[in-house]
Design a protein around this ligand. Sequence first.
Ligand SMILES: [Zn+2]
Length: 397
Amino acid sequence: MDKVILNANVFKRGKFYADHGVVIKNDKIIAVAPSKELKTLKQVSIIDVQGDYLVPGFIDLHTHGLGTFRMDNGKDSIEQISSYLPQFGTTGFLPTIVPHLPSEEERFFQEIVESRSIGANILGFFLEGPFISKTGAINPKTLVNQTRSRARAMRELLKPYRVVFAISPEFPGIDEIMQEMEKPIFITHTQANVKESLAAIANGACHATHFYDVFFSPKETDPGVRPCGAVEVILADPSVSVDFIVDGEHVDPIAVKLALACKPLGKVCLITDANIGAGLPPGIYSGFGNEEVEFTYRGGPARGTMSSMYPGSLHGSGLTMDQAVRNVVAFGIGSLETAISMASTNPANVLGIYGKKGDIDIGFDADIVRLTPDLSVKSAWISGDEYHLKHAEFQAL
Ligand SMILES: [Zn+2]
């Protein structure tokens, strides 16, 4: 039976429509119209959301973990994360993998390629390394064997999933290696100069992830002359999209506003870069190698503890996408419309899947999130099926 969600404030193509409803047939949206026009439909199941917002499901392009799970621990963890993400409004994601030791990589990729979407859709994998120049929180011991044939093997092993690679424009031989990569290619972990950054974009890089974080300025050569590098090249090119970790610490809200002022709205996205412990109360979390991270408040950044490789430094965040959306509004970065575009529509565009995902309109997949007036997630539909919220700290995992 078709489902009709009535009395909603529906987000469609960048705007909200009050007193509207959405009709879902199987896994697709087949109509968006004023509630009064839909009330007369016969033989449908009706859901009255009493004025709440309906927004397209969030798409997280960069996330390492959730709850007690970390993508790098394999298929079971990825599937658990998929099952828990929709309670935070995320209906699609790229499980993000840091480099594993080359000797273990083949077996590990053979395992994760079997991962199924239990809840949120696995839209491909994001490989944050090894083709990067600056480590950030990545173990430098894993940044070895950075060859073109490794890139090809990584992509082959993860078929039929899409593989999104991270690159640093100054990485030696990167233009050759990029020939093994499909679009989009994400720039990150870099201290590239202007020439190197322009070359990477000319060769197919089209997005910058956790923008400004681990984007170092090149060295000053003339005292007093501010050096320009990847940041300036990316801001100056309206075709290059960017994403941000809006947790209030990874990036100053003013820097996000700068990107919004430089670029079309459609080119600015939200990510979580979430680590193990995200979505849970503040505390110390471990469970991936020797890494141990601490969150001092819910949704705040993850920082390495004294026993970690980089004590006190940033190790991704405790964000969830719904919190990132609330932060955009609370920090004065943009309106709710802007925040939803950044969380849903724009990442769908980055992946080239807008038209299928990223909006509430006829023909789109019925990946829909119900938000209360205070922007907390009340329920979600994935491919038209209602998702039952878990929370209560994920029902004890
Ligand atoms: Zn990351």
